[in-house]
Design a protein around this ligand. Structure first.
Ligand SMILES: Cc1cc2nc3c(=O)[nH]c(=O)nc-3n(C[C@H](O)[C@H](O)[C@H](O)COP(=O)(O)O)c2cc1C
Length: 340
């Protein structure tokens, strides 16, 4: 019965501009987390609990970065059945991001193309929001990761200063930090995945993280060799884990010439993300956990990434097409399949 609500609600939401639909949904989510949780969520079956980055997680399914960028709906996610949540990308200073429209739906492909460009309330505002939540006793029981980025106006050679600044403010409130150098919508950002800038950024972020684990999030558009090199280098530099992957600027869909610029996510990303996740796992050689993300929109795909060796799996676009009940269905399938 509760799985019938989304097929009815989705066409109404899909009549709205994607970002308007996003904000409308988040507004409900932040006001009624209990009700939403009761309607479509549910605690993960006990057998799925595990340890991730030294923290207890009730499920290996996490919310990917970008959906709750400014941490406005934190009490909701555990009620949907997520085992952990990654908020952000948060930039050190507030910035508006790219002009709208900046999210495009491809309903036939069950994909999104976004060129958000890190709209962010900024590290100070997000930290204050998290502190208020903690003071009000509404802090979630699941781990909260914070994904960090640089401001658009910061020159590439100063990027490490941005990551360190955001890390210093947010690390005390986070279970772990994720360095995002892989979004395609901030000019020059992905060039920071090269050896020298990456080392500088990881070193500066770790130095400001007060001992919190620092993970690195990579692009699926890196060739496997470059990705393996980045993984190796990150581990040598003390990264505690890898998040693979971000969105792609490639267009693994029909009629690509008609599509807008930006990062593609959702179902068609899965084969590419899976290949890069495999490369990341091979390069990591079990030294640090790899969190798999990209195109997970059905239980078999989550199970597949866990069977490959991922320590956990994240979802974003699948929630838009399958609805928030997807989390409960992923958990139920994994529990039945004995992936606990
Ligand atoms: C609208 C939108 C905004 C996103 N914003 C961010 C972001 O701010 N930081 C980030 O690291 N990833 C961001 N992502 C990427 C997701 O976290 C994820 O890596 C990617 O979408 C692939 O997973 P999916 O196919 O399950 O969506 C965004 C994705 C979408 C669709």
């Amino acid at each position: 019965m509760r799985d019938l609500a989304w097929p009815l609600l989705r066409p109404l939401l899909f009549r709205l501009d994607p970002e308007a639909a996003h904000h409308a949904t988040l507004a409900v989510a932040r006001r009624c987390p209990r009700l939403l949780g009761a309607l479509v969520g549910g605690r993960p079956p006990a057998g799925l609990a595990r340890t991730l980055l030294g923290r207890a997680v009730p499920s290996p399914i996490g919310l990917a970065a970008g959906l709750d960028k400014d941490a406005v709906a934190l009490p909701l996610w555990e009620r949907l059945g997520f085992g952990f949540v990654e908020v952000g990308t948060v930039t050190p200073l507030p910035q508006p991001g790219n002009p709208r429209p900046r999210i495009h739906r491809l309903p036939g492909e069950r994909a999104l193309i976004n060129r958000m460009g890190f709209p962010s309330d900024g590290a100070e505002a997000v930290a204050a929001r998290l502190e208020a939540l903690r003071a009000a006793g509404r802090w979630p029981a699941i781990p909260v990761a914070v994904n960090l980025g640089k401001n658009k106006d910061t020159p590439a050679e100063d990027a490490h200063i941005d990551y360190a600044r955001a890390a210093r403010r947010l690390a005390p409130l986070a279970d772990w930090l994720v360095v995002n150098v892989s979004s395609p919508n901030t000019p020059g950002l992905r060039a920071l995945q090269a050896r020298e800038p990456l080392l500088r950024i990881l070193e500066a972020t770790r130095g400001a993280a007060g001992g919190r684990p620092v993970l690195l999030k990579l692009s699926p558009d890196l060739e496997p060799e470059a990705l393996a090199e980045a993984v190796d280098l990150a581990i040598d530099a003390g990264a505690a884990g890898i998040v693979a992957t971000n969105t792609t600027i490639t267009r693994p869909v029909a009629r690509p010439e008609l599509l807008p610029e930006g990062g593609l996510s959702g179902a068609p990303l899965f084969p590419l993300a899976r290949a890069r996740i495999e490369a990341a796992l091979a390069a990591a050689r079990g030294r640090v956990p790899v969190i798999g993300v990209g195109g997970v929109d059905r239980p078999e795909r989550a199970a597949d990434l866990l069977a490959l060796g991922c320590a956990a799996v994240q979802v974003y676009t699948g929630l838009i097409y399958e609805g928030p009940g997807l989390v409960r269905r992923l958990n139920a399938h994994l529990a039945r399949a004995g992936r606990g």
